[in-house]
Design a protein around this ligand. Structure first.
Ligand code: SF4
Length: 151
């Protein structure tokens, strides 16, 4: 096996970067091994895009914009964060990403429906979409074993 580098949502690694100032650490032996191997590049697109922590929750709307519940359009920092994630992948030749499911930046199979009512729909986050269109394979925290088989 080569020595792949993997871009990982910083919140999955225990960094308190989520909108609520918390993290969502994932304990998985493969992730721990990859960290020990030095393969992991932590990244938070929303922080990289210039948003503060904590910050108001935001959801992707039907028209593609990202809005907070109060009606503030935060599409620009979400796009900026996605572009920075892509730049890191391109600079470091990263072909794999392990990103937090359901996030408006990092979700890969589902996101919240845009109405701030806790309902999820099929879809992907802004960063996931940009990475996928540039041939970075994106997996969620529920797909670590599957990801291992494609490295
Ligand atoms: S943008 Fe991604 S890495 Fe940052 S807190 Fe949200 S899910 Fe985690």
């Amino acid at each position: 096996m080569n020595t792949p580098k993997i871009l990982v949502s910083a919140c999955l690694l225990g960094c308190p970067v989520r909108y609520d100032g918390q993290s969502k650490p994932v304990i998985h032996p493969l992730l721990q091994r990859w960290q020990a191997n030095g393969w992991i590049i932590p990244f938070c697109p929303e922080q990289a895009g210039g948003l503060p922590t904590p910050r108001p929750p935001a959801e992707i709307q039907a028209d593609g914009r990202v809005m907070t519940a109060e009606g503030r359009d935060v599409t620009a920092p979400f796009v900026k964060g996605a572009e920075q994630a892509l730049a890191v992948c391109q600079q470091q030749k990263i072909k794999y990403a392990l990103l937090k499911e359901s996030s408006p930046s990092c979700g890969s199979t589902n996101i919240y429906d845009g109405h701030f009512r806790g309902k999820k729909i099929a879809g992907e986050g802004v960063t996931t979409h940009l990475l996928k269109t540039h041939h970075v394979q994106v997996f969620s925290e529920t797909q670590i074993d599957e990801m291992f088989n494609s490295l």
